[in-house]
Write a protein that binds this ligand. Structure first.
Ligand code: ZN
Length: 347
């Protein structure tokens, strides 16, 4: 039976999850490794190992189902009316993850699975109409919102615990493409209507100061996820009162996912140990305490800033993966101690 999720699954528990991809190529062995490691680290809501391009992963099946787009040389073009897929949208990695967890008997070790779906604004940025980004055409963005609502609806039916809409570039889209805030709100509301059982959340990167008011107004969203290490000022974008009056929690990015290129080059050359790229448990703890002071520890979900996937392009992927795991280990260490100190419910 599929569990109905709600805020009591997260509130006051300092739960943990992962934002996005890992720095490994997509192979069966890597997917197993990533899932197994997340569960071993006791991440409460491990993410489905989605190791492909975050846009093409959703656009390719849409092109196959004749939804009005085609992909040529990795570029997606609009070729007709954009319509939601008629057949159920299947995310193979999700089916694989569910089976793996079931077969390994890991159901009781986790709170549930998290899946991400790329949102209409970020997708529209990568879709072209006569070489222009589709983000310039509001009717296309709105049609994409209905398509993504259908994708989200099909994923929600699979019994995932958290669905996160990825709008990495939402602030950039609004600023650079003159997107009206009301329109952004309308499109995101359409998408989130697809979620009825899972916990709905949204991830937006970078400086979110200019759009925090908009995000608070999203009706069917339980937590707003941002990077706070790379953008420490994001902490001031909300108050505890904001969160409580809009019934929102914060997905608090507490691990850096952006790295100094010179440090990575030194690691690649073996000049400095890779451990230098990992913040200590103490660092993570003090970051979480800062957020707790501002938002209340009961309103936090803890995760990394953003994806670690790109790390594999700068240094060998096994080192990149070691860095990722060491960071997550420190995050979990800090969280477990804080749960005890704050007498939060132990999972
Ligand atoms: Zn991000």
């Amino acid at each position: 039976m599929i569990q109905q999720r709600n805020s009591s699954d997260l509130h006051g528990k300092l739960k943990t999850t992962i934002v996005d991809s890992f720095p490994l190529d997509k192979t069966q062995a890597n997917m197993e490794q990533i899932l197994f490691d997340q569960i071993s680290l006791e991440i409460d809501f491990p993410i489905v190992p989605q190791l492909e391009d975050m846009s093409l992963m959703f656009l390719e099946p849409l092109a196959e189902q004749n939804c009005g787009i085609e992909i040529k040389n990795g570029i997606t073009h609009v070729i007709g009316d954009l319509i939601p897929p008629r057949e159920p949208f299947v995310l193979p990695e999700l089916i694989w993850t569910k089976n793996y967890i079931e077969n390994a008997g890991f159901n009781t070790k986790i709170d549930g699975i998290k899946v991400y779906v790329t949102g209409p604004f970020t997708l529209a940025y990568f879709i072209k109409i006569a070489d222009m980004p589709a983000l310039l055409m509001p009717d296309i963005v709105e049609k994409l919102a209905y398509i993504i609502k259908k994708i989200v609806y099909d994923i929600d039916k699979e019994g995932v615990a958290i669905v996160t809409i990825y709008e990495h570039i939402l602030n950039f889209a609004i600023a650079q493409f003159a997107i009206e805030e009301d329109f952004a709100l309308k499109c995101l509301d359409i998408v989130f209507k697809g979620v009825s059982r899972a916990i709905p959340s949204i991830h937006v990167c970078d400086d979110i100061f200019s759009i925090s008011k908009l995000l608070l107004q999203l009706d069917n969203v339980l937590y707003l996820d941002h990077d706070f290490v790379n953008n420490p000022d994001n902490l001031k974008a909300y108050t505890k009162q904001d969160l409580e009056s809009y019934d929102k929690m914060i997905g608090y990015g507490c691990l850096a996912s952006v790295f100094d290129p010179l440090l990575l080059e030194d690691i690649r050359r073996g000049k400095v140990p890779w451990q230098r790229a990992v913040e200590t448990e103490k660092d993570v703890r003090s970051r979480i305490l800062k957020a707790s002071n501002r938002y209340g520890i009961e309103n936090l979900i803890i995760d990394p800033d953003c994806a670690f996937g790109n790390l594999k392009f700068a240094i060998p992927s096994e080192i990149a993966y070691n860095i990722t795991l060491a960071k997550l280990k420190n995050m979990m260490g800090a969280v477990k101690n804080l749960r005890k100190e704050f007498r939060l419910e132990v999972p």
